[in-house]
Ligand binder design. Structure first.
Ligand code: BGC
Length: 468
């Protein structure tokens, strides 16, 4: 059980979840600033206004990464710091650009490889007002392309670019569930599929630009990050449940990865959604197909999947099936955490790495997020929180499952990022749910304290990465 000798490992974060400093140095508002102001949208009524104050604590964060031994760091850029109004004819905020240029230089000087995500859900708010942002097939992809180009030019030393984080979440959580910004669930039957399509186009435009103007000089790579939970049939002897498992993966992963690797949406989606699922024009298809240098995999949990007997409802987004924690025999998939959707099940990780590899011809994979919350963690004292044995066990089992997939299943996994470097703004859950491997004391200047799990990582990876 081992990992390749050039394996990258570290921690991941996202701009709106950690930066704070929302009015500093000319940053414009994003849709999350606006969304957090709507009463009832965020569990504790909080926002990313201060968060971990990482915008002002870059040196502390880099020192922390160094102390923990990370060889890489995945973070995201706040688009509205770079172009406060967001659009392709809007002006650039040089202070915002300079901030990230210095951050990347400082990371590199500390021997830490930056993995940079361009978009982790924080659309400039002006684009929402101007043309409803992600709903625009014409404007959004081109505005994103321009923003991406500004960053490619500003950060030539970055060799690992992520276009989008989890387009599934941007589409489903925002336009079906309505729990993420901008929270528009007025057309659950149509909007998620339009948004997904537009995000694919935005990704592909940025990749095309990178490849034509920047890739050769920087010798870098670019890809999208997709989320996906592992699946097990509710009744393993029922072919309809086995098929439903496949369909669930197609509706979450295949929705984006099939167009990127094969040039079109999965047929199961077309069958259920008909013409509510956009068609690729020939030009769009040519742009999207082949637009990944690597596969970015975010992974947290697993479910049992049970097919439904009745026709799919109009608002169904999952493939006409039930997603469950218990199977027919009454076995539970994993222990409860603070996140209602998350239960640890490391065998699912190995399974899903295999599924992705087989389906997409063994792409290079970076595990761009993996981690867990802990039930009731926020109710404990700091001393208790630092002894996060539940998280220690989670990482131990998941990282080993990944190493098995790498050693035995031919999975080409080349990097791993624990979510997250530190406790942060957990979107609609606010600050009550902690995903950090480091504790953040929000009552005392956002001071960071490594939990046991943060220190485990180095031990774990050093024991598993081949020396030569
Ligand atoms: C997201 C993170 C989030 C994490 C835990 C991922 O889907 O990319 O931003 O904090 O899950 O919910």
């Amino acid at each position: 059980m081992s990992l390749p000798n050039d394996f990258h490992w570290g921690f991941a974060t996202a701009s709106y979840q950690i930066e704070g400093a929302v009015d500093q140095d000319g940053r414009g508002p994003s849709i999350w600033d606006t969304f957090c102001k709507i009463p009832g949208k965020i569990a504790d009524g909080s926002s990313g206004d201060v968060a971990c104050d990482s915008y002002n604590k870059t040196q502390e964060d880099i020192a922390l990464l160094k102390e923990l031994g990370a060889t890489a760091y995945r973070f995201s850029i706040s688009w509205s710091r770079i172009i406060p109004l967001g659009g392709r004819n809007d002006s650039i905020n040089q202070k915002g650009v300079d901030h990230y240029v210095k951050f990347v230089d400082d990371l590199l000087a500390a021997g830490i490889t930056p993995f940079v995500t361009l978009f982790h859900w924080d659309v400039p708010d002006e684009l929402e007002k101007r043309y409803r942002s992600l709903l625009s097939r014409k404007e959004f992809p081109l505005d994103f392309k321009r923003y991406a180009g500004v960053m490619f030019a500003a950060l030539p030393k970055v060799k690992h670019w992520v276009t989008l984080n989890e387009p599934w979440c941007s589409s489903i959580q925002a336009y079906s569930a309505g729990i993420f910004a901008p929270g528009d669930d007025s057309r659950q039957d149509i909007y998620p599929w339009i948004v997904g399509h537009n995000l694919l186009l935005a990704h592909a435009h940025a990749v095309q630009l990178y490849r034509s103007e920047f890739k050769e000089a920087s010798q870098g790579e670019i890809g999208v990050v997709l989320n996906g939970d592992a699946v097990f049939p509710w009744d393993a002897t029922d072919p309809a449940d086995v098929e439903a498992c496949e369909r669930k993966l197609e509706f979450t992963i295949g929705w984006f990865a099939d167009p990127i690797y094969f040039g079109d949406y999965p047929s199961s989606m077309r069958k259920q959604l008909g013409d509510r699922l956009p068609e690729f024009t020939a030009e769009e298809r040519a742009l999207v197909q082949g637009s990944n240098d690597f596969y970015g995999m975010n992974h947290y949990t697993a479910n049992y999947v049970k097919h439904r007997e009745t026709p799919a409802e109009l608002n169904d987004i999952a493939g006409n099936l039930d997603v469950l924690f218990y199977n027919k025999r009454g076995d539970c998939i994993g222990e409860e955490t603070q996140s209602p959707w998350l239960r640890p099940c490391a065998t699912g990780f190995r399974d899903l790495l295999g599924w992705i590899s087989r389906r997409y011809q063994y792409p290079k994979i970076y595990v761009t997020e993996n981690g867990t919350s802990i039930k009731g963690e926020d109710d404990l004292s700091r001393e208790e929180i630092l002894e996060d044995d539940f998280r220690v066990q989670y990482f131990d089992q998941y990282v080993k499952a990944m190493a098995v997939a790498s050693s035995l299943d031919g999975v080409n996994v080349r990097g791993y990022f624990a979510w997250s470097l530190m406790d942060n703004f957990e979107w609609a859950e606010g600050y009550q749910t902690r995903f950090g491997t480091c504790y953040v004391d929000y009552k005392d200047c956002q001071k960071r304290y490594p939990k046991k799990s943060a220190r485990l990582m180095k031990v774990l990876f050093e024991s598993m990465i081949k020396k030569s």
